[in-house]
Write a protein that binds this ligand. Sequence first.
Ligand code: DLL
Length: 433
Amino acid sequence: MIWNKEAECMPLEGLQELQGQCLRDTVRRCYENVATYREKLDGAGIRPSDIGGVADLKRLPFTTADDLREGYPFGMFAVPMDEVIRIHSSSGTTGKPKVVGYTRKDIATWAELMARTICCGGGSPHDMIQNAYGYGLFTGGLGIHYGAERVGATVIPISGGNTKRQIMIMQDFGSTMLACTPSYAIYLADTALEEGVDIRELPLKHAILGAEPWTENMRKEIEAKMGIRATDIYGLSEVIGPGVSSECEAQDGLHVFSDHFIAEIIDPATLQPVPPGTPGELVFTSLTKEAFPILRYRTRDISKLNVDPCPCGRTHPRMGRITGRTDDMLIIRGVNVFPSQIESVLLDIEGTEPHYLIVVDRIGSLDALEVWVEVSERLFSDEIRQLETLERRIRHEIQSTLGITVTVKLVEPKTIERSEGKARRVVDKRPTG
Ligand code: DLL
C-alpha cells in the first residue's frame, strides 16, 4: 500500500523540478530569518538569488550539530515563537541538547511522512499499532502517534518500558504492529518467552524499528522470534524526527521522502559529494519545513545512496542501512572500528545473545578493546570447557574481522544493562585530550 502515490511515485524529472522550487524558497527563508544561515551564506559569498535549482545545492555551506548548539535553544528557528506549536529535543553526546520546533504545517507534514512510513512497513487503517517508542521530548513517540492517526489505524500510546505490561497489552488487545527500537524488540521477544508467551502465535504482523543502528542479522532474529516482518525506519530530530526515510516491502534500502528532503552523501574528509553506491556521510536539506528549516545538515551517519528503480514503484532514492557514525567510529590502535562490525560477528555465533558491551581502555600507552558478551542460559550452565571454546571462537572471529587483538569476557545472561530506548553499546574509558 502506498500512502501518497502521487508524491511517492512521482517521475524523477518532476521531482527535481519541485525540489528546485522548494530549495530556492527554503534558502531565502533561512537567509531572511536565521542569523546563523545569513552569516554562513554571506561568508560563502552566496545570495539566495544565486540558487537556481538542485544543481546549486553543493554551493551551500554545511550546518553542523555545533551550529545548533550555539543557537541553543531557539536561535535557529525561522518563524516567530507564536507560530511554533511544538518543541522536541534530542540529547547530544556532549553539552546541551539540540532543540527543534514545528509550526502547525510542520506537524501536518510530519504526520503525512509518518503515515507513509507506517504504510511502507505494511501498516493500514486496519492495524492496531503498539507504540513503544518513548513519548516526550524524543521524537519517536509522538512522531509515530500522529502518523498512526493520520493513517486511521488504532494507536496504543503505551510508550517505552514496562515490558511485562507491553506483553499483556499485546496479547489482550491483539496489536498487529509494533513500533520500538530494534534492541527493545529483541528484549520484548525474549521476555515474552520467559513469561511463557510465544509472540509468533499472537496477531502481531509488522514492526517498524529504528532510532539506533541494527544489522541484517538482528532483523532475521527479530523476524524469526516474533513471526513478523521488520522494517527499518530512519530519521533524526534535526531534520524532522522519524519520517525522513523508510524501507518498503522490498527491504532493500530506505526511501528518502524526497519531496520534503534532499539527501546527499559526502566524503567526510574532503566534504565533496560522492557518486551513488559509495559510502560516506549523510547530509540532509529540508525542503518544506517552516519553523526549523535545515540546510546541508551533516548527520555523522554513514550510509550510501541507491538511485536505481525500486520494485515497489516508489521513485524516491533509497539510502542504505546506517552502518555506523563518523563519530562513534572508534579508533583503536590506529584501526577504525565500528560497533556494528562486532555486532554482526556476535550475531553469527550460536549461543551468544545480542546483548554486548564494548569497553575501550588505555593500558600503558596501548588501547585495549574488551568485548563483553552475554551467553545463553543453556550455555552458561554448561561445562567450563564449552565456554572457553566459545570465548576463543568469538575472539578469533572478531580479531579476523577487525584485524586487531581483543579480549572477550563472557557474562551471565541478563548482566548487561537493558535499555528501553536506544541501547548503549560502547564505554570508552580512554583519557581524552
Ligand atoms: O532517533 C528519530 C527516530 C525515532 C528514528 C524513531 C526512527 C524511529 P534522534 O534521537 O535525533 O532521532 O536520533 C537520530 O539516531 O542520526 C542515527 O544516528 C540514529 N538512527 C535513527 N534511526 C536509525 C536507523 C531519532 N534506522 C540518530 N538506523 C540518527 C540507524 C538510526 N540509526
